[in-house]
Design a protein around this ligand. Structure first.
Ligand code: KIV
Ligand code: ZN
Length: 524
């Protein structure tokens, strides 16, 4: 049988980022990639370079900076995609991988591609060969593999391997598979393709969660010989998402009795940190009851359970929360803490910051320190991540005052500073807005001042740390009428200020991507 090592291929930055409203900018992607390297995944799929200049640049930067994991770039089976992927991953040298894909199922062949079986094989072979001219490490995915006729899938695998593919990934693209069926499909490939048995090529799986079976399918496949699992942190991804990395890794580890000692190289203590970072960078909130990384994953409410835990933890806990990175935080900082202490804590938390970054974080730390007694690691992390997600600020918040109450029309007065540029020296503008509530009033005032017109599509608020003076972090998604949703994030001890900061962050992102936005007349 095969070796026991499971390769963890993380596609948070590619399939994960394909999730509507989850798009990240270069700095955010780099921060996630650094964390994935600390998590010790084996492969980082950094993006789809041909899609846009931004995607190309982020794959290239990740390939340049990140040491350790293999860096993969995705490409369709067409020359311009493969060339873009080859160029983008070049800085990773021998750690570069090109991942080419082409649909093979009958429905995709007939309705999407209009191509016969032999044509598909020809294109797959050409694509793999072209990728091979850039790198040794080539992965091929027959898209919609789980719905492809098994005999044809075997032929495709053999042809792609003969052309040079080292890994064959069998995607359950639409989340159609059922564990026993998917296991049988992988078993058949393993039996009929000699290179899988001789370890010359690796079988990989890539499961989507449309029926909530992505993790179950991935785990079933490894029992049949798959040795690479494609997954994302928090399970984010197209539609219902991909298999969740943390669930796969902890299932293999916790139930190694069942999985016959299959091992992966992930540093499980970095799991919670990775989950939080991805959540903040993507703006996708993790549900409280999410396995491993949800707030409630290790919370025991019932008295019987609490009693059992106190007597012996294993009575109701199958994993040690500290093993996945939950647990005690170090002593909190206070407003008296100096720059050296803050810098040291940032370093300890794993952030790589320039002097200018530290300066900006320290200024925000002092503001927060004045308002709350203790600044916990989570507070500091929220400040750093808020800073990372900041855009070149066209507008910054200078002043905010709100009146609201049961008998008052909620009113907000907002003063914004406009950044200086070639055409204008920075100006300060002030206006007021009324709304259905204080947050609505503040956002309306911001719209009036910036002459944007955003529709709030999603809003969430969470307490970053403990206590009544906890920092509130707002994540929102705004529709500015440009065909996509823009994510904004902001944190403060005051939830209305956090909301205004988050909205302004979205406005700045929108203006950064759309330098000539429509000049909307201010609305009343
Ligand atoms: O779901 C899918 O089929 C994919 C491929 C590009 C691997 O994401
Ligand atoms: Zn996918």
């Amino acid at each position: 049988m095969k070796n026991n090592r499971i390769i963890i291929f993380d596609t948070t930055l590619r399939d994960g980022e394909q999730c509507p409203g989850a798009s990240m900018n270069l700095r955010e992607k780099l921060e996630v990639a650094r964390q994935l390297a600390r998590l010790k995944v084996d492969v980082i799929e950094a993006g789809f370079p041909v899609i846009s200049d931004g995607d190309f640049a982020s794959v290239q930067s990740i390939a340049k900076e990140i040491k350790g994991p293999i860096i993969a770039g995705l490409a369709r089976c067409v020359p311009k995609d493969i060339d873009a992927a080859g160029e983008a991953i070049k800085p990773a040298g021998k750690r570069g991988r090109i991942h080419v894909f082409l649909a093979t199922s009958k429905i995709h062949r007939e309705f999407k591609l209009g191509k016969a079986r032999d044509e598909i094989i020809r294109l797959a072979v050409e694509g793999v060969k072209r990728a091979k001219s850039y790198v040794d490490n080539v992965e091929f995915s027959p898209e919609d593999g789980s719905r492809t006729e098994p005999d044809f899938l075997v032929q495709v695998c053999k042809a792609a391997i003969a052309a040079g593919a080292n890994t064959i990934n069998v995607p359950d693209t639409v989340g159609w598979a059922i564990p026993q069926e998917y296991e049988a499909l992988i078993a058949r490939l393993y039996e009929e393709v000699p290179e899988f048995q001789s370890d010359k090529a690796v079988i990989s799986v890539h499961c989507h969660n449309d029926l909530g079976l992505a993790v179950a399918n991935s785990l079933a496949a490894v029992r049949a010989g798959a040795r690479q699992i494609e997954c994302t942190v928090n399970g984010i991804g197209e539609r219902a998402g991909n298999a969740a990395l943390e669930e796969i890794v902890m299932a293999l580890k916790t139930r190694s009795d069942f999985y016959g000692g299959l091992q992966c190289g992930v540093n499980t203590r970095e799991i919670v940190k990775s989950s939080r970072l991805v959540s903040r960078m993507s703006g996708l909130i993790v549900q409280r009851s999410k396995a491993i990384v949800g707030e409630n994953a290790f919370a025991h409410a019932s008295g019987i359970h609490q009693d059992g835990i106190l007597k012996k933890r294993e009575t109701y806990e199958i994993m040690d929360p500290q093993e996945v990175g939950w647990g005690k935080t170090d002593l909190p900082l206070t407003k008296h803490s100096g720059r050296a202490a803050v810098t040291a804590r940032l370093k300890h938390l794993g952030f790589k910051m320039t002097e200018t970054d530290v300066q900006a974080i320290f200024a925000r730390f002092k503001e927060i320190g004045d308002k709350k007694k203790f600044v916990y690691d989570d507070d500091l992390t929220a400040l750093v991540e808020g800073h990372i997600t900041e855009m070149p600020e066209t507008w910054s918040l200078d002043y905010l005052s709100v009146t609201s109450g049961t008998q008052t029309v909620p009113t907000a007065t907002v003063r914004l500073k406009k950044s200086a540029n070639k055409k204008a020296s920075g100006e300060i503008l002030q206006d007021a807005g009324i709304g259905d509530g204080p947050v609505d009033a503040a956002l309306k005032a911001i719209d009036r001042l910036t002459r944007t017109r955003g529709r709030l599509m999603d809003y969430s608020l969470r307490a970053v740390s403990q206590g009544k003076d906890a920092l509130g972090e707002v994540t929102l998604k705004v529709d500015f009428g440009n065909g996509g949703l823009v994510t904004g994030k902001g944190a403060s001890t005051d939830v209305i200020e956090a909301s205004a900061r988050a909205y302004l962050n979205a406005v700045n992102r929108f203006l950064c991507d759309n330098p000539n936005p429509p000049d909307n007349e201010p609305q009343p």
